[in-house]
Write a protein that binds this ligand. Structure first.
Ligand code: F6P
Length: 374
């Protein structure tokens, strides 16, 4: 048994069901060893401002089933934070706060952006670990992340319920599901909810192929269709524009050129934001059916975590304490089958786990006759 330790913890990025289960998993395990845990408020923002609370047994009690995060969250980047109206590198301030609080290490719970922040802090010499959370399931290096199972349940139930109106009114109902880069959530919920068409960012679609699938259903006597659309899904033309804009950002050599390319990319993304509504109008014209759009939005991230996410958050949180005990810093605690595994942050930060085109979910969807719009 090692000596007493003092650990900091924060949650960053979009909220996700299971965050509190993970905080509790870390906290109860740490306190069980006589360690101390402090929680920074509102992600990196609170870390930089040194706003924290003591997470003792009382603070951790009753939080397992609660959605969101008891600590609050934000999407700040530690090396480029807006403070008092100017953009500043807050890494030196974070190091000061780390030392002032006599921390042995810091646990950051978050997704891809948080892994980048954590790697920056680790490169600057701090002891950090990350725990993978996101409803998008797009974190590289882990089988899954807490939040994904709950969001899949919610999106599946929504698709189930939308079937009623679709068949009663003989309509096409397009359900926009979260996932701006990866289609895991849309694909999983689309398959589980029996969507007739599933559109994901990894597979550019054409309106004609989607319309064809709907017309084939009409010919078989089904005068309605449910289409699950990822928020990041694009038709082939929009995909080409988007990829060209991304390439410009990558190719930019000077900070000015990078800034201009990023502005252009943001403009392209803005223009494509309404794509589900555009697709609805196009499908009405191509099929003669009425089309309606339902955006699931934050409903997918809200509320109590399902059992699988509570379990995942708890075991990953508890495993993090074991790693700290072993002095293994600079890792994400990944889910690997029924176990956990430390993955170096350099193998996580800046990478995205997309749905591989040969993934069994894609094959299964096609085999049961679901159109993927291609
Ligand atoms: O947490 C990831 C995610 O759910 C994405 O799918 C979505 O694009 C994004 O968060 C939106 O979150 P916010 O509006 O809070 O930035």
């Amino acid at each position: 048994m090692s000596g007493k330790r003092r650990i900091g913890i924060l949650t960053a990025g979009g909220d996700s069901p299971g965050l509190n289960a993970a905080i509790r998993g870390v906290g109860k395990t740490a306190i069980g060893r006589g360690w101390e845990l402090i929680g920074f408020r509102d992600g990196i923002t609170g870390l930089a401002a040194d706003r924290h609370v003591q997470l003792d047994g009382r603070a951790l009690s009753g939080i397992l089933t609660i959605g969101g995060t008891i600590l609050g969250t934000s999407r700040d980047k530690v090396h480029r934070m807006e403070v008092d109206g100017e953009v500043r590198d807050m890494i030196p301030t974070v190091i000061e706060n780390f030392e002032k609080n006599r921390l042995d290490g810091l646990i950051l719970i978050g997704g891809g952006g948080t892994a980048k922040n954590a790697k920056r802090l680790h490169d600057a010499g701090l002891n950090v670990l990350t725990l993978p959370k996101t409803i998008d399931n797009d974190i590289h290096g882990t089988d899954t992340s807490f939040g994904f199972a709950t969001a899949t349940e919610i999106a599946t139930e929504a698709i189930d319920r939308l079937h009623s109106t679709a068949h009663s009114h003989h309509r096409i109902i397009l359900t926009e599901v979260m996932g701006h880069r990866a289609g895991w959530l849309t694909l999983g919920a689309g398959i589980a909810g029996g969507a007739d068409v599933i559109l994901i960012p990894e597979i550019p679609y054409t309106v004609e192929r989607v319309a064809e699938a709907i017309r084939e259903r009409m010919a078989r006597g089904s005068s309605f269709s449910v289409v699950a659309v990822a928020e990041g899904a694009r038709d082939t033309t929009d995909t080409a524009d988007y990829e060209a804009a991304q390439l410009l950002v990558k190719a930019a050599k000077t900070p000015e050129a990078k800034g201009a390319a990023k502005t252009h990319l943001a403009h392209v993304e803005d223009m494509q934001r309404e794509h589900t509504f555009t697709l609805a109008r196009e499908l009405e014209a191509a099929t003669g059916l009425e089309a309606r759009v339902t955006i699931l939005g934050y409903v997918q991230r809200g509320g109590t975590p399902c059992a699988a996410d509570r379990l995942l958050g708890t075991r990953i949180g508890a495993a993090a304490v074991e790693l700290i005990d072993a002095g293994e810093w600079g890792h994400m605690v990944a889910a690997r089958g029924d176990a956990t595994e430390p993955v170096p942050l350099k193998d996580v930060a800046g990478k995205v786990k997309l749905v591989p085109l040969d993934h069994e979910w894609i094959a299964a969807a096609r085999k049961v006759g679901t159109s993927l719009g291609d």
